[in-house]
Structures are given as C-alpha cells and as structure tokens.
Design a protein around this ligand. Sequence first.
Ligand code: NAD
Length: 498
Amino acid sequence: MLDELCGAPNLYIDGKWVHAAGGGTRDIVNPADGTVIVTVDEADRADAVTAVAAARAAFDTGGWPRTSVAERIAVLERIAELLGATRDELARIETLDTGKTLRESHIDIDDVIAVFRYYARLAATGADRLIDTGNPAIISRVVREPAGVCALIAPWNYPLLQMSWKIAPALAAGCTMVAKPSEVTPLSTIALVRLIDRAGVPAGVVNLIQSSGATVGSALTDTPDVDLISFTGGVATGESIARNAAAHITRVALELGGKNPHIVFPDADFDSAVDAVLTGAFLHSGQVCSAGTRLIVHESIAESFVAELARRAERIRVGPGMDPASETGPLVSEQHRANVEAYVALGISEGAKLVTGGARPSDAALAAGSYYLPTIFDECQRWMRIVQEETFGPILTVERFTTEAEAIALGNDTAYGLAAGVRTADPARGERLVRALRHGTVWLNDFGYYTPAAEWGGFGRSGIGRELGPSGLAEYQETKHIWHNTAPAVGGWFAGNN
Ligand code: NAD
C-alpha cells in the first residue's frame, strides 16, 4: 500500500487521482529517525476550490444524498471489510507517519473499522418521528436529511481515527465531503480514500486534498459552498475556523484540546491508580487530546504516589514504534519536540519541581528521532501555565488536595473540559465527582477508554458538538419538519375578505 503512494498522484478530486495543480510536493518524515517516508502532492488553494466544487456538484445533482439507506449501509460495510483486509499495512503506515507503536496503530485501525461498522448499524435504525397533532387530517413528520457539503479537517495525533469519526457518519448521513488530513501525517488517510474509491463510492462524494491549513484553510472554511465544517485540532485553529464560519453562518463542529485532570483519593487501589495515571499521561508520549496530564492527588498519599510514578516512568521503554520492545514512540516532529522542551523550561522557571525526565533520551541510537523522556513536575500550583495549558507531550504535573470540595474545584479549574478521571473506592463519592466535573467524558476508576456508541467531545474551550454515538450522526444531518394536510379546507382567518 505504501508503494502505491510513491510517485502516484494523491489528491482525489471528483473521483480521479490527480497531482496538485501547481506541482507542489511535501516530504513526509518518519519521526523515529528523521528519514523521508514518501513525497506527496501538496495542494494549493486552487485544488481546494476544485475539490469543494466537486463535492458541491455531487451533493446538488449527484445520487449519493438520495441513495437508499440500504445502499449506504452496504458501502460502509464494504469499506470496513477492505480496512480489515489491509489492517496490518495500514497500521505500519500509521506507525511510520506518527511514530506511535505498532501495537497502538493496530488498536487505532481496529477502532476505525469499528466506527464504520457502528455507523452502518446506526444508519439502519433511522431517527424520523411521527407527531400526533391531535388532528387526524394532519400528518406531521420530523425527518433527518444530509447536512450537505462537509469540510473535514483532522489533526496528526490519531490521523486515521479522527478522520474516520468524520467520514463514516458523513457517508452514513448522505453528505458529500472534502477531507483534509494534517499535512504532517496524511498517509493513512490517502490509503483510506483508496479503499473508499474501491468500495464504489460515487465520484465527487469523497474528495481528498492535503496541504497546510494556512494554504487551503480559507477555501474550505470561508465559503458559502460548504454547509458544515467538522474540525479536530488546536484551539487557536478552531477559533479562526469559527470566525470564518460565522461570516457564512456555516455549521461548525469543533473537537479541540484538553488539559485533563486525574483525581486520586486516598482510598483508591494504589497500584491500579499508579498504572492508570502513568498510562493516561504517557501513552503516545502524551500526544493525546484526552491525556491525563494533570494529576490531582490527596496530600496523604502524594509522596509515595509520586515516588512510585517516577520509578515506573523511568522504566518506560522509549523507542521506535516499529520495534516491538518500545512502549512509547517519539514526538511527531522536531518542531513539536521544541514546543514540548519550551514547556519544560517554562515549568522550571515557574517553580515546579522536576522529579524525573525533562530531557531527551541519552541513547545514541535514538539521536536522529524526536524522542523525549516521560517528565513529571511535582509541587505545581493551579496558576502555573504548565498546569493550565495543553503541552501535548509527555509532561505530567502534580497538585495536592485535602478536601473533596478542593479536588472538584481543581478538577474544574480549566478553560478546557474534554475529559477527567476519578479514582476512589467510595461509590457515593465517585458519583458526586462524576456529576460535579464539567468535562465531556469522565472515567471512574478507569482512564482513556471510549466506545463508538458513546458521544465524545468537550465542555468549555474543548469544543462545540459531539462526535461518535447518535449525536455524531446528527452532526451531519439537518432536521426537517414536514406538515401534510390530507384534507385541505378554507381556514377562514381573514373571513371578511371572502
Ligand atoms: P492544528 O490545529 O495545528 O491542526 C489541525 C488541522 O487543522 C490540520 O489538518 C491543519 O492543517 C489544519 N489547519 C491549520 N490551520 C488551519 C486553518 N487556518 N484553517 C483550516 N485548517 C487549518 O492541530 P494539530 O497540532 O494537528 O493537533 C493537535 C491538537 O488537536 C491538540 O490541541 C489536540 O488536543 C487536538 N485534538 C483534539 C481531539 C478531540 O477529540 N477533542 C482529538 C485529537 C486532537
């Protein structure tokens, strides 16, 4: 599959694979060793405009929005089957491109397959309603229709997964779309669109461009030809997209960042709590929107808890994602590692106590990759930027609390609101906490898990709207009320004009 991407055109517009009109290209770099994996086409604004026009035409005059639900389900199932048949190769591509371990990439691809299957099943259930108006002559129906042309913009940390959370429900709803993966990690999305092509999705329904957001962003988000923008990425980009959308009253769905608290009470099982905090903070080197990078631990256990965390963090095997011995891979790029290093320097200057990490690995074999050691800061205060801002790297901050009220206040002391974790053996306290925390997902005695059937998204600056679950399909639908009078008669309101 990777061979197929080499030298081949990899923009997909109106059912054809084409090179960028302006001849632009971009080297895609393996963060594990700095080598170029493949060179892909780099779209410019003109390509994006053409792709939007193709999606617009396919929506306005093409068959897809009007196909039967059964046909759409069959296509989603075919895509899931093709994904299953190429699972290993897709996982390899994801690991080369993002740096994550092959084990993580396999889980991602299985989740991608699950989301296509989930929306195939959900599409079959239908959400139309008949309303009883009290008048037997009136048939009142509320029906769901496709939202229209969608711009689907995804980040680099879970490239194929985040894009699938958009493409699968958009196809199920009958929308047409332009997909734009992150320019840092486009390879798995190109591979997915090749499968979509093979699955028989009509020309113009799914279009693909890859380029920097700065180059093609306005063509996708500042246009009346797009009906819905679904964006996953950083808050600053989300703000600028929302501003563009406002100019056209375009619908927006925003999945943005997070700074996610993980609260540990003293009655929690110690070993499983340490394990969950470690995994929550350092999986995928912390490059997870829902990473539990803000530990809020009861003062009575804080000393021993942090000591054990540090001991375990120092044993995490950092290395190339393709090496089965590696437990976590590099950061996605040199540039991103520089951002993370700047946050570590900031944490030190703010007075946080560096407990472990705070450096690149010393192993010479890793020198060419963008690796960074799991890092823990203790004695953090709520006002510190290292506590409040998303670092998107392997940095865990530690704050201590005494009372339950204080734990809740700290857990909600964030501009974000994507996810939170609570660990306690007391069910009543657990229930109080999960209800009091203002976050889109709250885990009680667990961390990081999700299911395609449950909504995902954030409170506050973590975004607008929800992906996954029935709401994730509703994002791609318009609601229409059809009022049908089966026995029309003179109403008589203006009786004096007869
Ligand atoms: P980013 O905002 O830099 O880029 C995301 C996407 O937006 C990329 O495809 C990029 O090319 C594009 N883009 C950039 N500028 C644009 C513009 N002006 N107009 C249109 N598109 C533009 O984010 P990133 O660095 O790729 O990803 C990391 C961020 O994503 C983190 O903040 C993370 O928390 C967030 N994220 C959130 C979720 C979630 O479910 N809430 C999931 C994954 C990642």
